[in-house]
Design a protein around this ligand. Structure first.
Ligand SMILES: Cc1ncc(COP(=O)(O)O)c(C=O)c1O
Length: 490
């Protein structure tokens, strides 16, 4: 190693480290089809691997990578493979892995144009492509953010600020304002609650509107609540629509929401973190009508676009809206260069100053695979979900609890001859038992208070055989649970 001049290695030594890394990466893909959902290693054991003092002296990188293989790679939760069904874990893709590696190699800071010229132009281009995928305005402004939560916070920040500007808060101050109210369905993701708290709106003013039998917002109840709030002297300012809820994939009537928002002069934000990017599929055109009317849209590329974590995006109708919220003059961030050119400065359009060049992996994978191929994978995931639903309907020991147009199925194991209490118990117990078993990874949720298993199927590596295996493993673990419950009862 070149010990005194920098942290860099001699060329051959670096090449050896890279080769070892490539071997580890290839090994991940060699067995990806059989990747376990979870490795049941105790928290204490995992903590113990890393329980050591600050290393003052360096270790041989090849030996270290061997340790990384055993303690980090081999214990990793199976997000790549076909046995992951929990939350929304989309499996990543190989081209983006390479892109992330190259991105950190050149270490561009996607904040000011001249700190990453190509990366800035690529991010702008990805934003334009994203607007095109969604049928949103071609002039859309946008920014890559960490994920759906940050994307909703950004959209709602802009919406709140536009509203405050319209009410001339700079002159009259906040204290002359009536409380702002914001509306969404009871199925809306908790990131909206977090944003509302962070933005100082207050969660007591977040109106959670009930849903219909398909878990879509009840439009009549929404209108009644808005009218009541106006009567009560409150200031309705925003509606958050769901373009795919996290629980069941329900898509609200976005056209109606846009028109209610317009009627009352409200901002219309769409949470498309789960479902927004699948809207381009011909099979889903009808369901997503109205999304193009949103004032802001939150998206997650680490869901339907199969990107590795983390990358989300906020779209707004034009760049000025972002800049109004985020531009801050500072002497050390000279703005004279862009004034004379078309340079776009992302730091003026987002809260962060330093930013990694997230859009590069989206750009490279869209170029390498082509959007049509990615769309084919999306459609395959939808088709596999319909297959899972059918398998559940055809199995006397399972019960389907929700249907959606997207890639989520909620269901319960009902066994044979179990009463309702036993069914409730076995489904609750299944989550921990399946984690311990590790073959597949699935979590649950509550639908109108009832606990259900929830399978999310966004992974281009899944096949019908993976779906069959899911039900087979759940059945197997449930039967073991029931057998030990009856032994205890005896
Ligand atoms: C509908 C919805 N909104 C927001 C989020 C939050 O996204 P993230 O985890 O990327 O912050 C999710 C995540 O699953 C989601 O499904």
């Amino acid at each position: 190693m070149n010990q005194h001049q920098s942290l860099d290695f001699q060329e051959q030594e670096f090449a050896n480290i890279l080769q070892k890394t490539i071997d580890l990466v290839l090994e991940q893909y060699a067995k990806v089809d059989q990747q376990a959902g979870f490795h049941a290693i105790s928290q204490k054991d995992v903590a113990a691997w890393f329980d050591e003092p600050l290393p003052l002296l360096g270790h041989d990188p090849i030996t270290l990578l061997e340790q990384v293989k055993q303690q980090v790679l081999d214990s990793a939760t199976g997000n790549l493979g076909p046995n992951m069904y929990a939350y929304v874990m989309a499996g990543g893709n190989q081209i983006s892995t390479i892109a992330d590696f190259l991105t950190s190699t050149i270490n561009q800071n996607a904040t000011k144009w001249h700190l990453g010229p190509a990366m800035t132009e690529i991010e702008k281009r990805v934003i334009q492509w994203t607007a095109e995928m969604l049928g949103y305005t071609p002039d859309a402004g946008g920014v890559m953010v960490s994920g759906g939560s940050a994307a909703t916070l950004t959209g709602l920040t802009v919406g709140r600020n536009v509203f405050l500007r319209q009410h001339n808060v700079n002159k009259h101050g906040l204290f002359g304002l009536r409380p702002l109210t914001i509306y969404c369905s009871t199925e809306t993701h908790s990131s909206t609650d977090k944003s509302v708290a962070l933005l100082g709106i207050g969660t007591q003013y977040l109106r959670k509107i009930p849903t219909d039998d398909q878990f879509k917002i009840d439009l009549g109840a929404l209108q009644r609540q808005i009218e009541q709030d106006i009567k009560d002297g409150l200031e309705p300012f925003c509606i958050v629509g769901n373009a795919g809820t996290v629980n069941t994939g329900a898509i609200d009537d976005l056209t109606q929401l846009a028109s209610i928002a317009k009627r009352h002069g409200m901002w219309f934000h769409v949470d498309g973190a789960y479902g927004g990017l699948v809207s381009s599929l011909p099979s889903l055109q009808e369901q997503y009508k109205g999304m193009e009317l949103a004032d802001s849209i939150a998206l997650d590329f680490h869901k339907w676009l199969y990107q590795p974590f983390e990358i989300g995006c906020t779209l707004v109708r034009n760049w000025d809206l972002l800049r109004e919220s985020y531009f801050k003059q500072a002497d050390y961030l000279d703005t004279s260069l862009e004034a004379k050119s078309d340079r776009l400065e992302f730091n003026e359009h987002y809260f962060q100053l330093s930013r990694n060049a997230k859009a590069f992996k989206v750009w490279l994978s869209l170029k390498a695979y082509g959007f049509q191929k990615i769309q084919a994978m999306m459609q395959k995931d939808l088709d596999l979900t319909r297959y899972l639903e059918q398998q559940i309907l055809d199995s006397p020991d399972f019960e389907l609890k929700s249907r959606s147009d997207l890639a989520i199925a909620c269901f319960r194991y009902i066994g044979q001859g179990l009463d309702e209490n036993q069914i409730k118990q076995v489904n609750q117990d299944l989550i921990a038992a399946l984690e311990k078993d590790g073959r597949i990874f699935i979590t649950g949720t509550r639908l109108r208070g009832e606990f259900v298993l929830r399978a999310c199927i966004i992974n281009h590596r899944k096949t019908r055989a993976s779906i069959d295996y899911l039900l087979e493993v759940i059945r197997d673990v449930a039967q073991h649970l029931r057998a030990s419950a009856s032994q205890h009862a005896d």
